[in-house]
Design a protein around this ligand. Structure first.
Ligand code: GLY
Ligand code: MN
Ligand code: MN
Length: 439
């Protein structure tokens, strides 16, 4: 049997076990999970690209078919109601025949609005899990995305099955190939737009298939954290390149960032130094460690880098306390990764929905969990020259900044280095590096 098919067997067993447990606890008959519906563009007859309900794709890798439903109670073989309309305008998905099909009772739905005929009779005993509450209402569900169920599912999302880990390795392997091609394109003079095309071609995924809009930034554009414009024209001078680009595998995401200097210079040394910080932080990951503590430790490392590279003066403690490290590194250290790029459950302290918020000083931190085996996280420290943040520093803090060095680095924009890491009982697995994106 193929490895994925083998692992999937245990994966679906675990999903069924979770459904059985939460349904027993909440005294409901089961879950009805909706893949979603197309979203129509305003005043148009075109739809936005379809994005499937992540709770649906947790069960099987159907990513492109709206109006599908999974009916699961954790005891019986789950039912898949698969949408297959008679339609000569659009591609109609074939009846699935894959490694997962034997694990479902499959029924075909030819008209989306006939779904009621396929649903359980005592519908008020079942919970709807999906985006379209109005549809659920019409169908008679009284329990729609109930908190107790959602909190439970989100909390356990962090605990990846072996099948999920394998999908995530494959997503990383694909993304790494794209990154190597993009790096090559950068050194060969490609524009942002051309680099993006090279990346997508190399990984064989379209813009709507990758898990998020790639960030492909030359020079100062690298300081714009969510830069997704793609310049067709090359800058007059080529200095630096930041690429934050992922890939999907069966609905699971990779989320990888690299930064390159065009020439050997001080910026290049800063990349090397931040790379060492990133690896040092990853080295300290193990079950029981709080992700928030990793984030705070990163600020201390970055404080030291600011001193070492003459960007700021003072002690590490002062640079952290005065918010100077935050001006240079304003985002969180990373997040949980999986079916979603920012996987749900990053603040979940337990399966009942107790949340631990990000610390007040670090509002953009997306994960406050205690690390445990089988979690997948990104580690993505950064250093940027973002003038609006530097300007907001207090007068005292501004005195600690070496503005001359800031001016020298400004044209390079910034640096982020992001790997995808699995926490195991006795080691960490850095998927990104192990597939060959070594620096
Ligand atoms: N690419 C989005 C992120 O790194 O979180
Ligand atoms: Mn990320
Ligand atoms: Mn990223």
């Amino acid at each position: 049997m193929d490895l994925l098919a083998h692992l999937y067997h245990a994966h679906i067993g675990e999903l069924n076990r979770r459904v059985a447990e939460i349904c027993l606890r909440e005294n409901i008959s089961g879950l009805v999970i909706h893949s979603g519906q197309p979203h129509r563009q305003f005043l148009d007859d075109l739809n936005y690209p379809f994005k499937v309900n992540p709770q649906f794709k947790a069960w099987l890798p159907i990513l492109d078919n709206p109006n599908c439903w999974i009916i699961a109670n954790g005891q019986d073989k789950p039912r898949l109601v698969f949408y297959r309309p008679v339609d000569f305008w659009h591609k109609v998905n074939d009846l699935p025949d894959a490694f997962w099909t034997e694990h479902f009772e499959i029924e075909l739905l030819t008209k989306a609005d006939h779904i009621a005929e396929y649903l359980p009779k005592e519908i008020t005993q079942w919970a709807y899990v999906g985006e379209h509450l109005d549809v659920a209402d019409v169908l008679g569900f009284t329990s729609r995305n109930p908190d107790a169920v959602m909190n439970y599912l989100h909390f356990h999302r962090a605990d990846k099955t072996e099948y999920e880990l394998e999908c995530m390795r494959r997503a990383n392997q694909i993304a790494v190939k794209g990154h190597l091609a993009a790096k090559n394109a950068f050194y060969n003079g490609a524009s942002e737009f051309e680099i993006q095309q090279r990346y997508l071609l190399e990984i064989g995924q379209g813009e709507n298939e990758v898990p998020y809009g790639n960030i492909v930034a030359l020079n100062q554009n690298a300081a714009i954290l969510h830069y997704t414009a793609l310049e067709h024209i090359n800058p007059a001078q080529r200095l630096s390149f930041l690429i934050d680009a992922g890939a999907s595998y069966h609905g699971y995401a990779a989320d990888i960032t690299r930064t390159y200097a065009f020439e050997k210079n001080r910026f290049c040394e800063l990349i090397d130094a931040l790379n060492k910080v990133q690896l040092a932080i990853i080295d300290t990951m193990k079950p029981g460690v709080k992700y928030t503590d990793l984030h705070i430790a990163t600020h201390e490392h970055i404080g030291q880098l600011l001193i070492d590279f003459g960007l700021a003066n003072g002690t590490v403690e002062q640079l952290v306390a005065q918010g100077i490290t935050r001006a240079f590194f304003p985002h969180g250290l990373g997040h949980m990764l999986g079916l979603q790029v920012h996987d749900m459950g990053g603040y979940a302290h337990d399966e009942r929905g107790t949340n631990v918020a990000a610390p007040d000083d670090h509002p953009f931190l997306r994960c406050t969990r205690v690390l445990a085996a089988n979690q997948v996280l990104t580690i993505e420290p950064g250093i940027y020259i973002i003038d609006t943040l530097l300007e907001q520093l207090s007068a005292t803090a501004k005195l600690a900044i070496n503005w001359q060095t800031v001016a020298e680095l400004r044209p390079f924009g910034g640096i982020r280095i992001e790997d995808n890491v699995i926490v195991h009982h006795n080691r960490v697995e850095n998927m990104t590096r192990e597939f060959g994106l070594v620096d």
